[in-house]
Design a protein around this ligand. Structure first.
Ligand code: ADP
Length: 331
Protein backbone atom coordinates (compact mmCIF):
# COMPACT_ATOMS: atom_id res chain seq x y z
CA UNK A 1 0.00 0.00 0.00
CA UNK A 2 2.72 2.35 1.01
CA UNK A 3 5.00 1.61 -1.89
CA UNK A 4 5.11 5.36 -2.45
CA UNK A 5 5.68 6.28 1.18
CA UNK A 6 8.98 7.70 2.33
CA UNK A 7 10.20 7.71 5.93
CA UNK A 8 10.03 11.52 6.09
CA UNK A 9 6.42 11.56 4.90
CA UNK A 10 4.97 11.61 8.41
CA UNK A 11 7.05 14.68 9.23
CA UNK A 12 5.69 16.42 6.16
CA UNK A 13 2.23 15.23 7.03
CA UNK A 14 2.27 17.21 10.26
CA UNK A 15 3.77 20.23 8.51
CA UNK A 16 0.95 20.16 5.95
CA UNK A 17 -1.92 19.79 8.42
CA UNK A 18 -4.37 22.68 8.47
CA UNK A 19 -4.47 24.16 11.97
CA UNK A 20 -7.92 25.80 12.00
CA UNK A 21 -11.33 24.73 10.85
CA UNK A 22 -11.37 27.51 8.24
CA UNK A 23 -8.25 26.06 6.59
CA UNK A 24 -9.73 22.57 6.38
CA UNK A 25 -10.63 22.01 2.71
CA UNK A 26 -13.73 20.18 1.55
CA UNK A 27 -16.22 18.13 3.61
CA UNK A 28 -18.49 21.19 3.93
CA UNK A 29 -21.20 19.40 5.89
CA UNK A 30 -18.83 17.95 8.47
CA UNK A 31 -17.09 21.30 8.79
CA UNK A 32 -20.34 23.18 9.38
CA UNK A 33 -21.66 20.65 11.86
CA UNK A 34 -18.42 20.45 13.80
CA UNK A 35 -18.14 24.24 13.74
CA UNK A 36 -21.53 24.43 15.41
CA UNK A 37 -20.59 21.85 18.05
CA UNK A 38 -17.48 23.89 18.91
CA UNK A 39 -19.30 27.22 18.84
CA UNK A 40 -22.03 25.96 21.19
CA UNK A 41 -19.46 24.56 23.62
CA UNK A 42 -17.57 27.85 23.65
CA UNK A 43 -20.82 29.70 24.19
CA UNK A 44 -21.71 27.55 27.20
CA UNK A 45 -18.15 27.38 28.46
CA UNK A 46 -18.27 23.59 28.64
CA UNK A 47 -16.50 20.71 26.92
CA UNK A 48 -18.27 19.68 23.72
CA UNK A 49 -19.96 16.31 23.37
CA UNK A 50 -17.83 13.32 22.45
CA UNK A 51 -17.22 13.14 18.70
CA UNK A 52 -16.91 10.07 16.50
CA UNK A 53 -15.16 10.49 13.16
CA UNK A 54 -15.43 7.67 10.67
CA UNK A 55 -14.03 7.14 7.20
CA UNK A 56 -11.16 5.55 5.27
CA UNK A 57 -7.54 6.35 6.22
CA UNK A 58 -6.04 9.68 5.17
CA UNK A 59 -9.26 11.71 4.97
CA UNK A 60 -8.49 14.04 7.88
CA UNK A 61 -9.71 12.40 11.11
CA UNK A 62 -6.51 13.12 13.06
CA UNK A 63 -6.39 16.59 11.55
CA UNK A 64 -9.92 17.36 12.73
CA UNK A 65 -9.12 16.18 16.26
CA UNK A 66 -6.10 18.49 16.30
CA UNK A 67 -8.20 21.35 14.95
CA UNK A 68 -10.78 20.80 17.70
CA UNK A 69 -8.12 21.16 20.38
CA UNK A 70 -6.77 24.34 18.75
CA UNK A 71 -10.23 25.85 18.34
CA UNK A 72 -11.10 25.03 21.96
CA UNK A 73 -7.75 26.29 23.13
CA UNK A 74 -7.16 23.05 24.98
CA UNK A 75 -4.62 20.26 25.09
CA UNK A 76 -4.76 17.27 22.81
CA UNK A 77 -3.87 13.80 24.10
CA UNK A 78 -3.39 11.10 21.50
CA UNK A 79 -3.61 7.32 21.78
CA UNK A 80 -5.12 4.48 19.80
CA UNK A 81 -7.14 1.31 20.27
CA UNK A 82 -4.27 -1.07 19.49
CA UNK A 83 -1.88 0.83 21.81
CA UNK A 84 -4.16 0.21 24.79
CA UNK A 85 -3.78 -3.44 25.67
CA UNK A 86 -5.13 -3.37 29.23
CA UNK A 87 -7.98 -1.48 30.88
CA UNK A 88 -5.31 -0.11 33.24
CA UNK A 89 -3.56 1.65 30.33
CA UNK A 90 -6.75 3.51 29.55
CA UNK A 91 -7.43 4.28 33.22
CA UNK A 92 -3.96 5.85 33.43
CA UNK A 93 -4.61 8.02 30.38
CA UNK A 94 -8.05 9.10 31.63
CA UNK A 95 -6.96 9.94 35.17
CA UNK A 96 -4.08 11.96 33.72
CA UNK A 97 -6.43 14.28 31.81
CA UNK A 98 -6.89 17.93 32.72
CA UNK A 99 -10.25 19.69 32.57
CA UNK A 100 -11.24 20.52 28.98
CA UNK A 101 -8.68 18.21 27.33
CA UNK A 102 -9.42 16.60 23.99
CA UNK A 103 -8.54 12.90 23.96
CA UNK A 104 -8.07 11.45 20.49
CA UNK A 105 -8.40 7.67 20.24
CA UNK A 106 -7.51 6.46 16.78
CA UNK A 107 -8.74 3.03 15.60
CA UNK A 108 -11.15 2.99 18.50
CA UNK A 109 -12.81 -0.13 17.06
CA UNK A 110 -9.70 -2.07 18.03
CA UNK A 111 -9.96 -1.28 21.73
CA UNK A 112 -9.86 -4.38 23.96
CA UNK A 113 -13.20 -5.28 25.52
CA UNK A 114 -12.31 -4.49 29.20
CA UNK A 115 -10.95 -1.07 28.15
CA UNK A 116 -14.10 -0.46 26.15
CA UNK A 117 -16.26 -1.07 29.21
CA UNK A 118 -14.16 1.30 31.26
CA UNK A 119 -14.61 3.88 28.55
CA UNK A 120 -18.44 3.65 28.72
CA UNK A 121 -18.44 4.88 32.29
CA UNK A 122 -15.81 7.52 31.62
CA UNK A 123 -17.75 8.93 28.67
CA UNK A 124 -21.08 8.94 30.45
CA UNK A 125 -20.35 9.70 34.10
CA UNK A 126 -16.78 11.04 33.90
CA UNK A 127 -15.68 8.38 36.31
CA UNK A 128 -13.52 5.27 36.29
CA UNK A 129 -13.69 2.41 38.71
CA UNK A 130 -10.25 1.14 39.54
CA UNK A 131 -10.35 -2.40 40.87
CA UNK A 132 -7.99 -3.08 43.74
CA UNK A 133 -7.22 -6.61 44.90
CA UNK A 134 -8.30 -9.94 43.50
CA UNK A 135 -11.09 -12.46 43.97
CA UNK A 136 -13.86 -11.98 46.54
CA UNK A 137 -11.86 -9.29 48.38
CA UNK A 138 -11.55 -7.06 45.30
CA UNK A 139 -13.04 -3.61 45.61
CA UNK A 140 -13.78 -1.00 42.99
CA UNK A 141 -12.57 2.48 43.89
CA UNK A 142 -14.35 5.18 41.91
CA UNK A 143 -12.19 8.04 40.63
CA UNK A 144 -13.80 11.21 39.35
CA UNK A 145 -12.54 12.50 36.00
CA UNK A 146 -12.40 16.11 34.87
CA UNK A 147 -14.72 17.02 31.98
CA UNK A 148 -13.05 16.07 28.69
CA UNK A 149 -14.03 15.45 25.08
CA UNK A 150 -13.33 12.11 23.51
CA UNK A 151 -12.71 12.14 19.77
CA UNK A 152 -12.82 8.59 18.45
CA UNK A 153 -11.73 7.67 14.95
CA UNK A 154 -12.64 4.54 13.06
CA UNK A 155 -12.53 3.42 9.47
CA UNK A 156 -16.18 2.32 9.67
CA UNK A 157 -18.71 3.34 12.32
CA UNK A 158 -20.35 -0.07 11.83
CA UNK A 159 -17.30 -1.73 13.39
CA UNK A 160 -18.14 -0.21 16.79
CA UNK A 161 -20.39 -1.99 19.25
CA UNK A 162 -23.74 -0.20 19.57
CA UNK A 163 -23.31 0.86 23.21
CA UNK A 164 -20.03 2.62 22.39
CA UNK A 165 -21.42 4.28 19.26
CA UNK A 166 -24.42 5.55 21.23
CA UNK A 167 -22.24 7.39 23.70
CA UNK A 168 -20.99 9.84 21.11
CA UNK A 169 -23.05 13.01 20.91
CA UNK A 170 -21.92 13.77 17.39
CA UNK A 171 -20.89 11.42 14.60
CA UNK A 172 -19.33 12.62 11.37
CA UNK A 173 -18.81 10.43 8.36
CA UNK A 174 -15.89 11.61 6.24
CA UNK A 175 -16.21 10.85 2.56
CA UNK A 176 -13.70 10.72 -0.27
CA UNK A 177 -12.97 14.26 -1.47
CA UNK A 178 -14.22 15.87 -4.64
CA UNK A 179 -11.46 16.49 -7.19
CA UNK A 180 -11.84 20.28 -6.90
CA UNK A 181 -11.28 20.17 -3.13
CA UNK A 182 -8.24 17.93 -3.58
CA UNK A 183 -6.88 20.36 -6.17
CA UNK A 184 -7.14 23.09 -3.53
CA UNK A 185 -5.30 20.91 -1.02
CA UNK A 186 -2.48 20.21 -3.50
CA UNK A 187 -2.09 23.93 -4.27
CA UNK A 188 -2.04 24.84 -0.57
CA UNK A 189 0.48 22.10 0.21
CA UNK A 190 2.65 23.16 -2.73
CA UNK A 191 2.72 26.70 -1.33
CA UNK A 192 3.71 25.41 2.09
CA UNK A 193 6.48 23.27 0.56
CA UNK A 194 7.68 26.09 -1.69
CA UNK A 195 6.88 24.15 -4.86
CA UNK A 196 6.01 26.23 -7.92
CA UNK A 197 3.26 24.21 -9.58
CA UNK A 198 0.89 25.09 -12.42
CA UNK A 199 -2.76 24.87 -11.58
CA UNK A 200 -3.47 22.13 -14.15
CA UNK A 201 -0.55 20.08 -12.82
CA UNK A 202 -2.07 20.32 -9.33
CA UNK A 203 -5.37 19.12 -10.78
CA UNK A 204 -3.59 16.23 -12.48
CA UNK A 205 -2.18 15.12 -9.12
CA UNK A 206 -5.57 15.64 -7.45
CA UNK A 207 -7.30 13.53 -10.10
CA UNK A 208 -5.05 10.58 -9.33
CA UNK A 209 -5.24 10.82 -5.54
CA UNK A 210 -8.19 8.49 -4.94
CA UNK A 211 -10.17 11.22 -3.24
CA UNK A 212 -7.68 11.16 -0.36
CA UNK A 213 -5.70 14.18 0.95
CA UNK A 214 -2.91 12.02 2.39
CA UNK A 215 -2.33 10.47 -1.03
CA UNK A 216 -2.54 13.89 -2.75
CA UNK A 217 0.19 15.22 -0.46
CA UNK A 218 2.30 12.14 -1.00
CA UNK A 219 2.00 12.28 -4.79
CA UNK A 220 2.86 15.97 -4.69
CA UNK A 221 6.09 15.14 -2.89
CA UNK A 222 6.99 12.44 -5.42
CA UNK A 223 6.27 14.87 -8.27
CA UNK A 224 8.41 17.47 -6.56
CA UNK A 225 11.30 14.96 -6.29
CA UNK A 226 10.95 14.22 -9.98
CA UNK A 227 10.85 17.88 -11.02
CA UNK A 228 13.80 18.83 -8.84
CA UNK A 229 16.00 16.00 -10.02
CA UNK A 230 15.01 16.66 -13.64
CA UNK A 231 15.81 20.36 -13.26
CA UNK A 232 12.28 21.72 -13.77
CA UNK A 233 11.85 24.81 -11.57
CA UNK A 234 8.14 24.98 -12.42
CA UNK A 235 6.04 21.83 -12.31
CA UNK A 236 3.86 21.69 -15.41
CA UNK A 237 1.33 19.01 -16.25
CA UNK A 238 3.88 17.07 -18.36
CA UNK A 239 6.22 16.62 -15.38
CA UNK A 240 3.33 15.64 -13.16
CA UNK A 241 2.21 12.97 -15.64
CA UNK A 242 5.71 11.61 -16.20
CA UNK A 243 6.36 11.40 -12.46
CA UNK A 244 3.07 9.66 -11.72
CA UNK A 245 3.68 7.22 -14.54
CA UNK A 246 7.10 6.47 -13.11
CA UNK A 247 5.50 5.71 -9.75
CA UNK A 248 2.87 3.51 -11.43
CA UNK A 249 -0.14 5.61 -10.48
CA UNK A 250 -2.56 5.40 -13.39
CA UNK A 251 -5.07 7.97 -14.71
CA UNK A 252 -7.82 6.77 -12.37
CA UNK A 253 -5.38 6.82 -9.45
CA UNK A 254 -5.00 3.05 -9.14
CA UNK A 255 -1.64 2.11 -7.69
CA UNK A 256 0.13 -1.18 -7.87
CA UNK A 257 -1.92 -2.76 -5.07
CA UNK A 258 -5.27 -1.77 -6.56
CA UNK A 259 -4.22 -3.10 -9.94
CA UNK A 260 -2.94 -6.35 -8.52
CA UNK A 261 -6.25 -6.90 -6.70
CA UNK A 262 -8.22 -6.21 -9.85
CA UNK A 263 -5.87 -8.32 -11.96
CA UNK A 264 -6.11 -11.25 -9.54
CA UNK A 265 -9.88 -10.95 -9.55
CA UNK A 266 -10.08 -11.06 -13.36
CA UNK A 267 -7.22 -13.38 -14.26
CA UNK A 268 -7.03 -15.85 -11.36
CA UNK A 269 -10.72 -15.96 -10.49
CA UNK A 270 -12.31 -15.24 -13.88
CA UNK A 271 -13.91 -12.06 -12.53
CA UNK A 272 -15.26 -13.68 -9.35
CA UNK A 273 -17.20 -14.08 -7.20
CA UNK A 274 -14.36 -14.71 -4.79
CA UNK A 275 -14.10 -14.31 -1.03
CA UNK A 276 -12.20 -11.40 0.47
CA UNK A 277 -9.67 -13.55 2.33
CA UNK A 278 -8.88 -15.62 -0.77
CA UNK A 279 -8.38 -12.43 -2.73
CA UNK A 280 -6.10 -10.98 -0.04
CA UNK A 281 -4.08 -14.18 0.08
CA UNK A 282 -3.62 -14.23 -3.68
CA UNK A 283 -2.03 -10.77 -3.67
CA UNK A 284 -0.06 -11.41 -0.48
CA UNK A 285 -1.73 -8.68 1.59
CA UNK A 286 -3.57 -8.44 4.89
CA UNK A 287 -7.35 -8.76 4.66
CA UNK A 288 -7.69 -5.37 6.36
CA UNK A 289 -5.51 -3.65 3.77
CA UNK A 290 -7.72 -4.95 1.01
CA UNK A 291 -11.02 -4.28 2.74
CA UNK A 292 -10.17 -0.79 4.00
CA UNK A 293 -7.82 0.62 1.39
CA UNK A 294 -8.07 -1.05 -2.02
CA UNK A 295 -11.66 -2.26 -2.00
CA UNK A 296 -13.53 0.95 -1.05
CA UNK A 297 -11.72 2.75 -3.84
CA UNK A 298 -12.25 0.05 -6.48
CA UNK A 299 -15.94 -0.13 -5.57
CA UNK A 300 -16.32 3.63 -5.66
CA UNK A 301 -14.72 3.74 -9.11
CA UNK A 302 -17.20 1.10 -10.26
CA UNK A 303 -14.45 -1.41 -11.08
CA UNK A 304 -15.48 -4.01 -8.53
CA UNK A 305 -18.62 -5.01 -6.63
CA UNK A 306 -19.31 -6.64 -3.31
CA UNK A 307 -22.01 -9.32 -3.61
CA UNK A 308 -23.44 -11.86 -1.20
CA UNK A 309 -21.25 -14.54 -2.81
CA UNK A 310 -18.04 -12.52 -2.89
CA UNK A 311 -16.16 -9.88 -4.84
CA UNK A 312 -16.92 -9.47 -8.51
CA UNK A 313 -15.17 -7.49 -11.26
CA UNK A 314 -17.48 -5.17 -13.21
CA UNK A 315 -17.22 -4.78 -17.01
CA UNK A 316 -15.55 -1.41 -16.34
CA UNK A 317 -13.03 -3.27 -14.17
CA UNK A 318 -12.17 -5.68 -17.01
CA UNK A 319 -11.89 -2.83 -19.49
CA UNK A 320 -9.66 -0.81 -17.18
CA UNK A 321 -7.15 -3.66 -17.43
CA UNK A 322 -7.51 -3.66 -21.20
CA UNK A 323 -9.56 -6.87 -21.36
CA UNK A 324 -13.06 -7.56 -22.61
CA UNK A 325 -15.51 -8.72 -19.91
CA UNK A 326 -16.64 -12.33 -20.48
CA UNK A 327 -20.11 -12.70 -21.98
CA UNK A 328 -22.84 -12.82 -19.34
CA UNK A 329 -20.75 -11.13 -16.64
CA UNK A 330 -22.59 -9.00 -14.08
CA UNK A 331 -23.31 -5.52 -15.41
P1 ADP B 1 -6.66 10.24 9.02
O1 ADP B 1 -6.48 10.54 10.48
O2 ADP B 1 -8.10 10.25 8.60
O3 ADP B 1 -5.96 8.99 8.57
P2 ADP B 1 -5.06 12.64 8.65
O4 ADP B 1 -5.85 13.62 9.45
O5 ADP B 1 -3.82 12.11 9.26
O6 ADP B 1 -6.00 11.45 8.17
O7 ADP B 1 -4.73 13.37 7.25
C1 ADP B 1 -3.69 12.91 6.41
C2 ADP B 1 -3.00 14.07 5.72
O8 ADP B 1 -3.91 14.70 4.83
C3 ADP B 1 -2.49 15.16 6.66
O9 ADP B 1 -1.22 15.53 6.26
C4 ADP B 1 -3.42 16.31 6.47
O10 ADP B 1 -2.69 17.50 6.45
C5 ADP B 1 -4.02 16.09 5.10
N1 ADP B 1 -5.43 16.47 5.10
C6 ADP B 1 -6.47 15.68 5.47
N2 ADP B 1 -7.64 16.32 5.33
C7 ADP B 1 -7.35 17.55 4.86
C8 ADP B 1 -8.16 18.67 4.51
N3 ADP B 1 -9.49 18.64 4.58
N4 ADP B 1 -7.52 19.79 4.07
C9 ADP B 1 -6.18 19.80 3.97
N5 ADP B 1 -5.37 18.78 4.28
C10 ADP B 1 -5.94 17.64 4.72
Amino acid sequence: VDALAHPEDSEFESALRPKRLDDFHGQPRVRDQLGLVLEAARFRGTSPDHVLLSGPPGLGKTTLAMIMAVELDSNLRISSGPAITHAGDLAAILTGLDAGDVLFLDEIHRLARPAEELLYLAMEDFRVDVVVGKGPGATAIPIELPPFTLVGATTRAGLLPGPLRDRFGFTAQLDFYAAADLGGIVRTSARKLGVDIRSDAADEIAGRSRGTPRIANRLLRRVRDYAQVGGHPVVAVAEARQALELYEVDELGLDRLDRSVLTALCKLFAGGPVGLSTLALSVGEEVETISEVAEPFLIREGLMMRTARGRVATPAGWRHLGMEPPAGSTP
